[in-house]
Structure formats: structure tokens, C-alpha cells
Design a protein around this ligand. Sequence first.
Ligand code: SAH
Length: 283
Amino acid sequence: MRTAGVPDADDVAAYYDVMGPLLQLVWGDNFHFGYWDDDQDTSDLAEATDRLTRVVAERLAPRPGDRVLDLGCGVGVPALRLAALTGATVLGISYNRRQVDEASDRARAAGAQGRVRFAYADAMALPYPDASFDAVFALESFVHLDRPRALRECVRVLRPGGRIVLTDMLLRGEIAPELRSGVEHGLAVQRLAPFPTADYYRDLADEEGLVVEELTDLSDHTRLTVHRIADSVTRHRREIEERYGDQARAIAAAMRSPLQLMPEFGYQLLLARRPFATGPSAV
Ligand code: SAH
């Protein structure tokens, strides 16, 4: 059974068929939030999204040759970046075939196909053996997933002692009752699961037997993202109308809805470790 409000995986994949090209147009090839030093930071979206990949790579800190899983890899840019930064071997997976194809083309073009590969797989039912990765990262894929199922899969494929880093949205406060239906509509249009609160991952990590090493509210560093995206949607409005159908237009409208700017919406990063001894200890 699915957790309430979580979109169906096939529906998310179909969303990316429509939205992939549009996201690349307005957002760039990293489909994740940017990281800015502060609100005065003038970096553009491309620089700031790359900086967030570097933040994740630093936290994950794989060793050269480590096997890393990128859960929900987009068009492969973060996986290629992390491999180049750390010397790790990366397998990126997505449940969208176009993304897997484009990501594979990028790996070939970069001459990285020996160390970076991409595959079509569902994050909630990974076709990989237990303990087959040294590290796992997930840049904003949990927004679409049944989080407990996906985290359980991450823990299963992670070797004891291995680390996971994930970024996700953060619900920082109660949403005013009069705004709730608008927010729910926006989530449904963008195929997003309800946002987790500050305590959510501490509890979930605990249930899944992970040790939390860091759980940070990054909202002060990621806030500019929504403004930059809204500006970009406005800048590309004509192209969006000409090139994409009604569905994409509705999604683009949701992407620049003022609801996205609500202070209740933030961003978080989890760094956790699978302990060496799991389960009840032998007497
Ligand atoms: N991490 C990438 C993409 C983030 S967008 C980046 O930072 O650029 C969310 C990603 O999660 C997309 O690639 C989407 O296809 C993937 N995704 C969503 N549901 C999935 C599922 N059930 N299994 C695998 N990937 C999924």
C-alpha cells in the first residue's frame, strides 16, 4: 500500500516525459535547488545548483573507487560531477527512460562510461543485491517517493558503515487553512509527495536503523532558487507556450505560483550512516 499523498511512480515517470525538456529550459541540467552563500550572492542558477552537488559530494566523501548509487539521477549531471570530484564509481538510476538515455549519452561524451553508468530502475524496488554500494546519494528524488520504502531500499543496498546523503524539501511550519487546498493542488500538479517536517528524517532514520550524522535546514542557502525559477519561467514564457502543451503550461504556472515562496517551505539535507552492527545484538 502507498503512503497517503504519494504519487504513483509511473505517473512521475510520465510527468518527466512532459516536463524534462521544459525543466532543462527553465532550470538547467541539474534538476535540484541551488546553494547560495546568502541573499546577496549573485551566482546564477547553474552555478548555484552545481554548488549544491559539491555540498553533497563533500558530505558523502566517497573514496576513489567506491561504488556510489545516485538515486533519481535526472539527466546524469550530478553523478558525473560527483565521480569527477571524488574518483568514485557511480551508478545513477531513474524511473524515466529518456533520462537514462540522455545521462548515458552524457557519460559517453565525457569519456566516463567506465566509471559512471546509468540504469532504468525504481528507487522503491531496487534490482541490486544487499550491501552492494559503499554510499548512496539522492538529490531531490525523495520528493516523489514513498519515503519509508525508498529509505529502506537505500539501507538494504548500502554496506554496513556506508553513508547516505539526501536532500529534500522541508515543511517548517503549519500551512494556513485557507492556503491548504492551493498547496495540495501545486503538489499534485508537480507530482510531489507532501513535504516532511524537521523531525521526520530523524524518526525515519531511526526506524530504518541509520545513525544520523547531520540533519541541516539549508533554507537560508536555497531560498533564491524559487525566485530564479519564477524569473526563468517568465523569461521563457513564450517558448513554453509555443513548444509545450497545456499540461506543461499548467505546471509552469505552478512553478511560479506565489505559494512556492511561502516561508513554511524550506530545504533540508540528511547525512546518515548504516552502522556496522545491525539488528539485535547476539548475547
Ligand atoms: N537528482 C537529479 C534529478 C532530481 S529530479 C538532479 O539533481 O538533477 C527527481 C529525479 O527522481 C528524477 O530523475 C526522477 O526521474 C527520479 N525519480 C522519481 N521517482 C523515481 C522512482 N520511483 N525511481 C527512480 N527514480 C525516480
